[in-house]
Ligand binder design. Structure first.
Ligand code: SF4
Ligand code: SF4
Length: 355
């Protein structure tokens, strides 16, 4: 699957302590935060280029993508060009009306990051004001009730970044996913964990994960109503946490996931990032760090296919890149919860009507 990830805004309604804007990453400075929204011209051009280049889809993200009013129009444009559309959101601004609009526009996959079901912990880790947690939970409840009525409506995945305060709550989050009709729990390791001393997982935390959290995750899967094959897939996923060959417990807890560089990175020719200022970067790591030697600016004359085939990106893939040591790309774990049936647009009554 080849996807262009479009960071359509730097704005956000939360204030996560693990956000790249919250701490300096060791390997090389930060992009300017708060540069605002990507211009519609750039987004539209990127969508057209992705289709022309024969890529499979786009990911709309931010910042917080739902703050961008043009989102439904971007989705429609991408769907008109037969691209799959995924959108990442923290859920804090997902009103029933907006969910309707996104679905009507043709959104395929919605990735909602929740991290924790504990109100106090959520607030501590993600900020966003007194009622952010309630708004996120209300969005999730609304999505869940829609999925119960029409499981094929949308592929909704819940995402969590694994960090010290939230690790023990992962089994509850998995139960929430399974009972809510969501299709997967997706976990990410904390990018640049070494820079977040109170959030990063210690070697002790990882041992606790194996002795306590993993068995509880497996128990949740075992008690669920998944069929046997799905249960086996879930257990396999749980057993793959922190089980990467050649990466020691110390590497994980230091936040250096790739001491040998990008050896097993599979991003090449499968991923492209476009940032709000129109600069394009060859891999996922550029969401969190920067290296102007390897980025290109999109212009009317310099379109994505040319950038992809250009010397800068080629040089990137043949050089070493410090950030790879901290980049957990490819170490994500998905615990599948259900298969999403083919979409049946129109089968879901509009929100607010029909209970
Ligand atoms: S929701 Fe995402 S962009 Fe917003 S503060 Fe949190 S990590 Fe940063
Ligand atoms: S930072 Fe390195 S490991 Fe991460 S996606 Fe980029 S090339 Fe791959």
């Amino acid at each position: 699957m080849r996807r262009v990830k479009l960071k359509i805004t730097d704005r956000c309604n939360l204030d996560c302590r693990c956000c790249w804007s919250a701490a300096e990453l060791e390997s090389g400075g930060l992009p300017e935060a708060g540069t605002g929204d990507c211009s519609p011209e750039i987004v539209e051009r990127a969508i057209d280029d992705a289709a022309e280049a024969g890529w499979d889809g786009i990911i709309l993200c931010g910042g917080e993508a739902s703050l961008v009013s043009e989102c439904p129009a971007y989705i429609r444009r991408a769907k008109d060009r037969r691209l799959e559309v995924m959108m990442n959101t923290n859920g804090a601004g997902l009103t029933p009306g907006l969910i309707d609009e996104l679905i009507a526009a043709g959104l395929d996959i919605l990735m909602v990051s929740i991290y924790s079901l504990d109100r106090g912990l959520y607030r501590d880790v993600r900020g966003g004001g007194r009622d952010a947690f309630d708004r996120v939970m209300a969005s999730a409840a609304h999505l869940s009730s829609r999925l119960r009525r029409n499981p094929g409506l949308l592929d909704v995945r819940i995402m969590a970044v694994l960090m010290k305060p939230t690790l023990g709550g992962l089994p509850d989050l998995l139960r929430f996913v399974l009972e809510g009709g969501f299709s997967a729990l997706s976990t990410n390791y904390l990018v640049g964990a070494g820079n977040f001393p109170d959030l990063k997982l210690s070697a002790e935390d990882l041992r606790t994960f194996r002795s306590d959290v993993a068995p509880r995750l497996e128990a949740v899967i075992d008690k669920s109503d998944l069929d046997e094959a799905a249960k086996e897939a879930g257990v396999r996923a749980v057993r793959s946490f922190f089980a990467r060959p050649n990466v020691t417990l110390e590497n994980w807890s230091d936040g250096e996931y790739r001491p040998d560089g990008r050896a097993d990175c599979n991003c090449r020719d499968r991923f492209l990032l476009v940032r709000p200022d129109g600069t394009s970067a060859p891999c996922w790591g550029f969401e969190f760090t920067d290296d102007p030697r390897y980025t290109e600016t999109m212009t009317r004359a310099n379109r994505l296919p040319a950038i992809l085939a250009g010397r800068r990106f080629e040089r990137f893939w043949s050089s070493s890149f410090d950030f790879c040591r901290y980049c957990p790309k490819g170490f994500q774990v998905w615990i599948p919860a259900r298969r999403v049936p083919p979409r049946r647009p129109g089968a879901d009554p509009p929100a607010g009507r029909g209970g």
